[in-house]
Design a protein around this ligand. Sequence first.
Ligand code: NAI
Ligand code: MG
Length: 365
Amino acid sequence: MSTNQTFKIAAIPGDGVGQEVVTAGRTVLDALAANSGGRFAFEWSEFDWGSEYYERTGKMMAEDGLETLKDYDAIYFGAVGWRNVADHVSLWGLRLNITQNFDQWANIRPVKFLPGVTSPLRKADDTELDWIVVRENSEGEYAGVGGRNLSGRGQGNEVAVQSSLFTEKGCERIIRFAFDLARTRSVKKVSSVTKSNAQQYGMVLWDEVFARVAKDYPDVATESVLVDAMSAKFILNPEQLSVVVASNLNADILSDLGSALAGSLGLAASANLNPERRFPSMFEPVHGSAPDIAGQGISNPIGAIASAALMLEHFGLHAEARAVEAAIEQATASGALTRDVGGTASTGDVTDAVVTALTRTLAAI
Ligand code: NAI
Ligand code: MG
């Protein structure tokens, strides 16, 4: 049977558990393609960029790496960061290099509560919880604006400036994205998060743009919440959340909080989208390289597998994305759990359980 559609994916496993979880995600996608009756296939290229590559070359990725990546339909990323390279060097040299230069300005991070996984959040026992953090991914606190140019003043006298950058266009596109996403959900509501009482320039601009854009979406409920209050709300009233839109730093922190509430950082998925599709988008688990557990085969692959489901969504394979999500739920419900969520299964065991559930689901439709 001929293959109708081939998706070219650049895999960048990176450091630590990134290697293990990207292998897991590829296994699930390959099983999906094998069961598609030839409707689609994935063509993988793997790049060995990361901290080990830095050790050899002094660079986190190839000089012409961005040029190479441009031709792919998507990037599937693990994690970056290891002991031999300062974290700001590895993050800016690889992950932020890609997100910034490919204008992946929308970062979506669903917070999902899975059956069989005990949440530290009591409400999760009997309240249905499911929300998405939409993170502005191109400017704000991570714009890289600032400097450390006063070292000539001598030890103890250095001054560093780290500025946040908020543009009206940047605020507007992410806020509109959040409203459009809210319209696709059963609860049509957007919560905007800032700290505009203390940060009176950039974040007040954000608040003003939010109020203006909201007028175009009269069917979507809104609220503006300060980030400290929102972190309390994540724990006390999470049932009131549907789409939460925030700046780069605030959404980064809130999404880790959300995934911890769902049970583990290892569960959380993420998509870095260039919505205009001028560049490939990048899909990755929220977690980092987890040096404390790397190499033991016990990392939780669910965040990476769920990120692969977001990639399927991006390819327009909606039913397939649902099938992978359903397979994840069946696997956790059946007790296929790694140590971080209270089980004893290995990365491979959980991956196998997802593939088994997926194959069963696909055979039934
Ligand atoms: P981390 O996310 O790597 O680990 C935090 C905690 O969560 C650790 O206890 C770890 O064992 C656990 N954890 C993470 N992923 C897991 C998984 N799949 N299964 C089970 N448990 C998991 O964050 P940390 O320790 O702050 O950073 C480690 C390195 O990763 C640093 O170099 C940091 O810069 C980098 N990092 C990279 C990110 C990326 O590439 N997107 C994101 C966050 C951190
Ligand atoms: Mg983070």
